[in-house]
Design a protein around this ligand. Sequence first.
Ligand SMILES: *Cc1c(COP(=O)(O)O)cnc(C)c1O
Length: 378
Amino acid sequence: MEQIPMVDLKSQYLKIKDEVDAAIQEVLDSTAFVRGEAVSRFQRHFEEYLGVKHVIPVGNGTDALQIALMSLGLRPGDEVITPTFTFVATVEVVALLGLTPVFVDVDPYTFCMTPEAVERAITPKTKAIVPVHLFGQNAEMEAILKIAENHHIFVVEDACQSIGSVYKFSDGIVKKSGCMGHFGCTSFFPSKNLGCFGDGGALFTDDDDLADVARCMANHGMKVRYHYDRVGVNSRLDSLQAAILDVKLRHLDEYISHRMASASVYDKGLSDIPQVVIPRKSSRSTHSYHQYTIQVPAGKRDSLQKILRENGIPSMIYYPIPLHLQKAYGHYGYKSGDFPVAERLSREVLSLPMHSELQDDVSAFILQKIQEFFAESV
Ligand SMILES: *Cc1c(COP(=O)(O)O)cnc(C)c1O
């Protein structure tokens, strides 16, 4: 079998080529490359899709997180609680703004921060919580929102991997990922579930005042042209990316359904292997499977990855070192052993090929190689 891709953007593009090419051509003809009609159209459609009042398109997911935090009026030294098991961007922006990241451990099965750990990490200096809906599944938002409300602190959701998944509250209300906190942030990096053909991102909120501040922050702190109310940044989604995203948004739910179907093929093929822990579903959240991530304990993860590679099967380790043990974040004083779940996960997780174009014969081949590996290694 030829080399299998981790993510197949080519086949995905070819299926919607006519729609995408026409949308790109329309922007080229308009020459409105920045702040064009394509951007406001996508913004409107994304607001409708999410069921949220304000979408603020920006340059990438990291900017979205940074602008969200910049809009909350926090002061240097204020504490922001984040999981240690996440992509660096979540924490990087906290550090860049002079805020203090306070790490917490994650749930061993859903990979998301636990409300119990959040509660324990609260101090009088805590001003915000940044839950990360890792791999496509929402953190336990009902409990996290309750903690935030009790302590009068902000919640900024990192929904960079979870766009399109939904969370059900105990009263039956269903909300889209990223639409539960004060701000939600997402990324349109090409390999994300809703990806563009370059960089892009957005933050969203139902709060009119926060939306005003965030829009101003993303545009040099400017509300009236050449009048600067705040120190801001320059971050925007360009019209070409917005036009592409507007097309792909129409297909997002199909893409997620395909990922879910591929995940259940993996689930079935792996559930009989005692040495493999398959991703567990939260009872409250759907899973958009940005990643399909298994756990392979007992030191076998790296040898499995090697065998897969020899058979043309890629796999990735998200994430090999938790953030509290990274050099750049060493001065916050954490040490090995502080977050045992995250530290164990970093040694045991393995993400398998997962995308909207994954075919059953390919996943069958991947499953066969994993099954053979464990049959031989007992
Ligand atoms: C991708 C990602 C980001 C950053 O998005 P960019 O668009 O690459 O800046 C932030 N947080 C998480 C969890 C991500 O997966």
